[in-house]
Structures are given as C-alpha cells and as structure tokens.
Design a protein around this ligand. Structure first.
Ligand SMILES: [Mg+2]
Length: 264
C-alpha cells in the first residue's frame, strides 16, 4: 500500500481534510489509519491568521483529533525562519496568529505609528483584514530602506463564504513589491520553508505531501524532490493535471484520502 512507503505524512488542510466547516469524506478514517500504523503526521497551512490551537480545534470539529504540536502554520514557520537568521525586530502586516508567533519567537514588533522613522530588521507580511494605507506605506518605506522583506505566504486570494475570491496575502505583498521593486522571500507553499518546517515537526525522513492544489502543495513537494499525492477533493481537477508540466506532477492522484490505502 502507498501508506507503507512513507514515515511522515504532511497534510494540507482545506480541500483535503475539510472544506470550510464541512469534513471531507474518508479523511478522518485515513488519518486514523495512518496513526494506527505508527506513522507521523503534520498539518500544514499557508494561513497565517489562525493560531495553531485554533487549527487543532477546527480539525477536531471535523472529526480529526490533532495535537497543537502537529500543526505548522506559515506564521510559525516565518517566526522560526526569522529567529534562525537572527532577526531581532519586525514591522508586521498581519493578524494575531502572525504577531503572536513572532513574539513567541522573541522578535520585537516595531510599532506602526513610528515605523516609518524607525528601524526594523524585517518587514513581515501576511493576510491582514484590518490593513490601512498608512501601514502599507510604512511597510514599503522600511523595505525601500533595506529591511528584509518576508511574506508568510503569497496566496493571491482566499475564498470568502460565498466562494468569491477576496484579496489574499499575496495581493498585499504585490502592493509593496510594486512600490519598492523588491521581491519578498516567501515562507508558505510552494516555497520550501513551510514544507521543511512541517517535516521537522512530524519527524521522519520519507515524507509524503498530500494536497489539493497543483500550484502550491504539489509544486512545493516537487521542488524539494519529495513525493506527493493530489486528492481531487478540493481545487485542482484531472483537467488541470493534464495541463501540468510533467516535472510538477504528483507521484499519486486519488479521488480522496482512501487512495493512501491503495497499492498504487
Ligand atoms: Mg488546500
């Protein structure tokens, strides 16, 4: 069975384990089956706004018990990256999940009001649904002055409740890139830092990335040389797969997570 070939299973969340507040069929049984075999799991999300305990609680609400320690968010991975690089202070566009993760990593948050006149080692940008022009301006001024520009993720949009696309972190990042001409270093999928942090969290040396998006989950795994499974319970379709360059195709394609227990 596919599940026997790996020791760490890195799950994307939305479109794989749930869709909004609805469980995805067979997902809970699949996670239980993996755990029952003594394998490691991590739950990873590009969403920087939600704190790990909120993610774990949401997973529990769709029938998937998860420890907070098994959750890797782009906020946590960003905080870890900054701490590793010795960043002491950051100006932040983002919500509580991001600011809390940075503070917990010992990074001082530079106050917005004085930011344009002060110094920050880094400017960190995630989704911020309370963003004002003043803060966007301060971020751009700091990046132009040389602060390290880091994005928790570069998702172009996120689906609002009625399925309409609303501007995501990537749209905010693009505004600062357009202003300054400086490209952000991105933590979230398809970039490597979040995926690596998720594997560190799970432990193990033979990971399988499981996701519903070719452009983030599967592309990110391929870039690292890791195997991946595309499940057709979310965004990407078989038609999308046909359009995908062969170097960025998943190792496996399955209608749902029950596919983990197939022979191929
Ligand atoms: Mg997804």
């Amino acid at each position: 069975m596919i599940v026997d070939r790996y020791d760490a299973f890195l799950f994307d969340l939305d479109g794989v384990l749930y869709r909004g507040s609805e469980p995805v069929p067979r997902a809970a049984e699949a996670v239980q089956g993996i755990r029952g075999r003594g394998k490691r799991v991590a739950f990873m999300t590009n969403n920087s706004a939600r704190a790990p305990d909120e993610v774990a609680a949401h997973l529990a609400s769709v029938g998937i018990p998860a420890a907070v320690e098994e959750v890797e968010t782009s906020a946590l991975a960003t905080a870890r990256l900054l701490a590793e690089r010795g960043v002491g202070s950051a100006f932040v566009i983002g919500e509580k999940g991001l600011t809390t993760a940075l503070r917990d990593a010992g990074i001082a948050i530079v106050d917005g009001a004085s930011a344009a006149r002060s110094v920050a080692d880094a400017v960190v940008v995630g989704l911020d649904r309370g963003l004002t022009y003043d803060r966007l301006r301060d971020a751009a001024v700091l990046v132009a002055a040389g602060s390290w520009f880091v994005a928790s993720n570069a998702d172009a949009s996120f689906p609002a409740e009625d399925g309409v696309a609303w501007p995501g972190a990537g749209a905010i990042v693009a505004a600062i890139e357009t202003t300054t001409g400086v490209r952000a270093d991105v933590v979230g999928k398809p970039h490597a830092p979040l995926l690596r942090a998720a594997l560190d969290r799970a432990g193990g040396g033979a990971p399988l990335v499981i996701g519903d998006r070719l452009d983030t989950d599967i592309k990110g795994a391929a870039a690292l040389g890791w195997d991946s499974m595309l499940v057709l319970t979310g965004i990407s379709t078989r038609e999308d797969l046909r359009q995908q360059p062969s170097s960025l195709r998943p190792t496996y394609v399955a209608d749902d997570l029950g596919g983990l227990f197939a022979d191929r």
